[in-house]
Design a protein around this ligand. Structure first.
Ligand SMILES: [Zn+2]
Ligand SMILES: [Zn+2]
Length: 290
């Protein structure tokens, strides 16, 4: 696989590591990408930038281009959306401050839920949570731990506790997330749009226009939850709205039931090329030397 030129190889622009809820270290992700012959990847952990340095350190030796990224968990009119930021400067003060604020909000949320559980005689330990999300505690980890520990079977009315755990605070709106990514020199794309409305995976151009007005640059066309119909739909939407088509496997490492999905989406090198050009344009617009 080493003989094919980069342009003939695939890329994967959406990957997680142990810095959020993935099971591979950044170095392992880069090594796995190299083993699969990927030309370029982006590490896009949830609301954290800590894995980017290690990814870069491994990149040159592995022969894989690594683009700094992040996946911001944002609020869009009461719904949770994931905004991917590609090409961001991991040291940008406004971005790092916003992420820090988000972490402290989430920390308070976890404390609040743990206190509520303790009050009904069902305390969860750090170990209960750590089994699921050692570095990335949040609503999903709390809900999982509550279910696994059988809390809902013992507490007569557990529903409000579940709702409390699931009601994660959002540190930024989608508009703010896009602006943060832009200020940090990055390009903002809407992650896995099919997940926004559970019952309605194909969002219309009209529905997406407010995000485009807010500065959205791209949208995920390739994603592991997108079948051919979803890919086709969002490719048309991207074209119509003048958005970049981006995508990746959203791999979180080896799965219990299936093999790791890194590199599985067949994202062409041209998507990385166009994204890179857009990042350069953003940096020039920001007045930063590309
Ligand atoms: Zn996501
Ligand atoms: Zn993701």
């Amino acid at each position: 696989m080493g003989s094919a030129s980069p342009e003939q190889r695939d890329v994967d622009l959406h990957l997680h590591t142990t810095w959020s809820d993935g099971r591979w270290s950044p170095g392992q992700v880069v090594a796995e990408a190299a083993a699969r012959g990927l030309a370029a990847i982006s590490i896009t952990d949830h609301d954290v930038l800590g894995g980017l340095r290690e990814g870069h350190q491994m990149a040159a030796a592995a022969g894989v281009k690594v683009l700094d990224g992040v996946e911001l968990t944002a609020d869009w009119d009461g719904r949770t959306v994931h905004i991917l930021g590609h090409g961001i400067d991991p040291g940008h003060p406004a971005l790092t401050a916003a992420l820090e604020r988000g972490r402290s909000l989430m920390g308070e949320h976890v404390e609040r839920v743990l206190a509520a559980l303790e009050a009904v005689g069902e305390p969860l330990s750090a170990a209960d949570l750590g089994r699921y999300r050692s570095r990335y505690p949040g609503g999903a980890a709390l809900v999982l731990a509550m279910v696994q520990r059988g809390v809902l079977r013992r507490v007569s009315d557990g529903l409000p506790l579940l709702r409390l755990a699931a009601a994660e605070p959002r540190a930024y709106t989608a508009r703010e997330a896009i602006r943060l990514i832009h200020r940090a020199g990055g390009v903002a794309s809407l992650g896995h749009p099919v997940k926004i409305h559970r019952d309605r995976p194909l969002l219309t151009i009209g529905e997406l226009e407010p995000l485009v007005d807010a500065g959205l640059d791209g949208i995920e066309v390739w994603h592991v939850v997108h079948g051919p119909a979803e890919r086709g739909h969002y490719a048309v939407v991207a074209e119509a709205l003048g958005l970049l088509a981006v995508g990746g496997s959203d791999c979180h490492g080896p799965d219990r039931t299936a093999g790791p999905r890194i590199g599985s989406q067949g994202v062409p090198y041209s998507a990385f090329d166009r994204l890179s050009a857009s990042i350069v344009a953003r940096r020039v617009a920001n007045g930063v030397r590309a």
